[in-house]
Design a protein around this ligand. Structure first.
Ligand code: DLL
Length: 452
């Protein structure tokens, strides 16, 4: 089903006219209302009156994630707080999150684009939609929820986790659509196996999966295990949340991007230049219609390419390829965005450790795991090794009471501040390799494990 035929099947010329008009109005709006943009435009010598349409887009400055951090929490809002009806947030590169705001109209637009996405994946009014993305500051749960409700489907707002309960309700309520991360869907399968639940007998027909990178192999695996169609949904809180783009169930080939609201470009992440049509690069998005939190040329950090060929489903909007990676060091662990710098600032809250650490990321079954290896300070090392040597039944220093306490303290801080459970192992001072230049702190073994 095409939810918003007028906008999803628009002629390209008409769409470009609309995009141009919206861009001109947006530039004026941010210049008038957001001091950050006024400064940025003045510094780069851009007079808003000179921006007349799409042809001027590439001359506009980029907005970067650190700009959001610098303006934390509400500095980039373009409307007074009394018009802001919702605030969401996602992990930033440091301890502070990235905050985003929505007006009533923004929420209505978000519901509309999520309804387009879910309808494209095959959801109708007759469906029972289990929303197993987290509800809260994360945009996944509420985004999918509003979209499904706008379609008129019956929504089960179960949120994330609660695996056994998810399976029970899926069976009892007869869910036909599920929205969650692809890794969680695989985990649900493993638990269903343990419970001897024959998932192929369930009425489930479609899954709308996103919030983390996944592959064609993983799609095949999910589709075969559950006997459903698996569609890829993409989005980021800075732009709106889920609903920036989504695959149609007919083609499952590229994600239809709602380019009447989100104007995409692909750039070379090194030079910042636009790449030739169809080539891979970093996705940059300008929000054409957002009121509370508009962004000009926001660098998403996500690597993809744009596809302009028409799709068999009849939609004419541009498509983007599955996201294949990131330009920065952001990791996504079980759907949670994690930056190494963020882990570092949490680690350094404990004065007994050194800022020398490695993050080892692995995947067991469908679950991502992160282990922090961190050096302890010389004094502490001396203290624990001395006392361990005097106890002949202990082989490693990690069993020392002080280190056990330190470990659980770090784990608690990481859980509280970043929101994930991690393993922690301590290393001797000086044992983590030092390199000149860029340190490789992250060892991500997930890709190689996928092939095995
Ligand atoms: O993950 C929004 C979302 C929720 C999208 C539910 C889809 C479904 P953030 O927490 O701000 O927002 O994380 C955004 O996650 O820049 C990508 O790197 C990554 N990401 C999101 N969807 C996909 C996907 C939500 N389908 C960041 N494939 C983005 C690959 C994805 N990566």
């Amino acid at each position: 089903m095409i939810f918003d035929r007028e906008h999803e099947c628009m002629g390209r010329e008409e769409l470009q006219r609309l995009q141009s008009e919206r861009l001109v109005a947006l530039v004026k709006r941010v210049y008038d209302r957001v001091p950050f943009y006024r400064r940025l435009f003045d510094e780069t010598g851009i007079a808003p009156g000179k921006v007349r349409g799409l042809a001027d887009l590439a001359g506009l400055p980029f907005t970067r994630k650190y700009n959001l951090r610098d303006e934390y929490p509400f500095g980039l809002f373009a409307t007074p707080m009394r018009e802001v009806v919702r605030i969401h947030a996602s992990s930033g590169t440091t301890g502070k999150p990235t905050t985003v705001g929505y007006t009533k109209d923004d929420i209505a637009m978000w519901a509309n684009v999520c309804a387009r996405a879910l309808a494209g994946a095959g959801t109708t009014q007759d469906d029972v939609v289990q929303v197993a993305y987290g509800y809260g500051l994360f945009t996944g749960g509420l985004g999918a929820h509003y979209g499904a409700e706008l379609i008129g489907a019956s929504v089960i707002p179960i949120s994330g986790s609660n695996t056994q309960r998810q399976l029970m309700l899926m069976e009892d309520f007869g869910s036909t659509v599920i929205c969650c991360t692809p890794s969680f869907m695989l985990y649900l399968y493993d638990v269903a196996q343990q419970l001897e639940l024959d998932v192929k007998k369930l009425p489930l027909k479609v899954g709308v999966f996103g919030a983390e990178p996944w592959s064609e192999g993983m799609r095949r695996d999910i589709e075969q295990k559950w006997n459903i169609k698996a569609c890829d949904i993409y989005g980021l809180s800075e732009i709106i949340g889920p609903g920036v783009s989504c695959e149609c169930v007919e083609a499952q080939s590229g994600l239809h991007l709602n380019d009447d609201h989100f104007l995409p470009e692909i750039i070379d992440p090194e030079s910042g230049e636009t790449v030739p049509e169809g080539e891979m690069g970093e996705l940059v998005i300008t929000t054409l219609t957002k009121e509370a939190f508009p962004l000009i040329r926001y660098r998403t950090g996500d690597i993809t390419r744009l596809m302009t060929e028409p799709c068999i489903c009849g939609r004419t909007n541009i498509r983007m390829d599955r996201v294949s990676g990131r330009t920065d060091d952001m990791l996504i662990i079980r759907g949670v965005n994690v930056f190494p710098s963020q882990v570092e600032s949490v680690l350094l809250m404990s004065p007994q450790v050194e800022p020398h650490y490695r993050l080892i990321v692995t995947r067991k079954g469908a679950m991502d795991n992160m282990e922090i290896q961190v050096e302890i300070k010389q004094d502490l090392y001396r203290e624990v090794s001395d006392s361990v040597l005097s106890m002949d039944d202990m082989t490693t220093i990690s069993d020392h009471q002080t280190l056990i306490a330190l470990k659980s303290n770090i784990q608690k801080n990481v859980k509280d501040i970043i929101g994930i459970n991690v393993g922690v192992t301590f290393r001797e001072p000086g044992s983590i390799e030092r390199v000149e230049g860029k340190t490789q702190r992250v060892v991500d073994k997930r890709k190689e494990q996928e092939g095995s």
